[in-house]
Design a protein around this ligand. Structure first.
Ligand code: NAP
Length: 289
């Protein structure tokens, strides 16, 4: 059988990196790209990320065996609705959105039911950069991809999507969509909000130039993710707010507790908090090595 034709809708950091990685490892045949901005598509073509492009998703999916939706989370439903009537009967569709429950709901609302050949997914890999120029082969090597198939999902379609991610070097795990959203709210969405909130607060202070001039490596490390794309993060926050807001409130209470400990000079309590956090982080980084 010929190698499958891949269609990537949203040829940015993640869509572009998946296209590059799949091509480099010989997993796919022709790669068709689709985004709204033709300039970005021409760049993707020039970089060899895609073989040809369409600016309309309806046209892009024609003849595709595998379709990857790599647009911001808030755009998934509209794109699915547009491509649905034009998909080949055997085509498998997956997405890379950072929120899973809301993407599944959008697809269900767009076409009345979650199609059996739609397999929701999320690679736990990325950078703070966006756009096709930032994409690279190898982004998914040794990283984890979470698939969140629903009861309607066809196991054969799930297996095809699993093979794509395994083929580009990722370790694939399956998870309930709600569990995915809770876990990612804690490990990814909350830290991004903290970084955005901190940088924005400091930037609005009158002496911000002075503050940023003397910021050291720790500040740079902690706030790197505040350089991420605002549209992507607006969509993630809106579509996973049920999981993120309670955590944010809990964290605000944690900060309030730290402020009280400091006001009251409770060195022992501060030491215990920092020692517990250090031990937890050391354990987690050791497990990753
Ligand atoms: P990106 O580099 O900004 O790429 C997004 C792509 O989607 C661009 O090609 C953009 O091109 C297209 N697009 C945006 N809005 C669209 C719309 N309304 N209709 C059609 N196309 C649209 O973003 P990314 O980082 O690759 O993120 C893409 C997806 O991956 C998001 O769902 C995100 O949650 C998920 N994700 C991101 C990361 C990460 O670290 N960055 C990690 C895992 C998963 P045009 O503007 O020209 O249309």
């Amino acid at each position: 059988m010929d190698r499958p034709r891949l269609c990537v809708i949203g040829v940015g950091l993640i869509g572009g990196s998946l296209a590059r990685s799949a091509r480099a490892r010989g997993l796919v045949g022709e790669i068709v790209g689709c985004s709204r901005d033709e300039g970005q598509l021409r760049q993707a073509l020039a970089l060899g990320v895609i073989d040809r492009y369409q600016t309309q998703p309806e046209a892009a999916v024609a003849g595709a065996d595998l379709v990857v939706l790599a647009v911001p989370v808030g755009a998934m439903g509209e794109i699915y609705q547009r491509i649905h009537p034009h998909l080949e009967p055997t085509a498998v569709v997956t997405d890379v959105g950072s929120v899973k429950g809301a993407v599944i709901d959008q697809v269900r609302e767009a076409v009345g039911a979650v199609p059996a050949r739609f397999v929701p997914g999320h690679p736990i890999a990325g950078t703070e950069k966006s756009g096709v120029a930032a994409s690279f082969d190898g982004l998914f090597d040794g990283r984890c991809t979470i698939l969140t198939p629903v009861p309607e999902s066809d196991p054969a379609a799930t297996a095809q999507v699993r093979a794509l991610w395994t083929g580009v070097g990722a370790q694939v795990v399956e998870m309930d969509p709600r569990r995915h959203d809770e876990v990612l709210a804690a490990t990814s969405h909350l830290p991004h909000l903290l970084a955005y909130g901190l940088v924005d607060m400091l930037a609005r202070m009158e002496e911000h130039r002075e503050i940023f001039r003397y910021a050291a490596g720790g500040f740079r490390d902690f706030t790197r993710i505040a350089s991420s794309d605002p549209v992507m993060w607006r969509d993630i926050c809106l579509h996973n707010r049920a999981a993120i807001v309670p955590l944010l409130r809990r964290f605000a209470a944690e900060l309030e507790g730290l402020a009280r400990d400091m006001e009251q000079g409770r060195g022992q309590a501060l030491h215990e908090t920092f020692a517990r956090a250090k031990a937890a982080r050391d354990r987690y980084t050791q497990n990753q090595e």
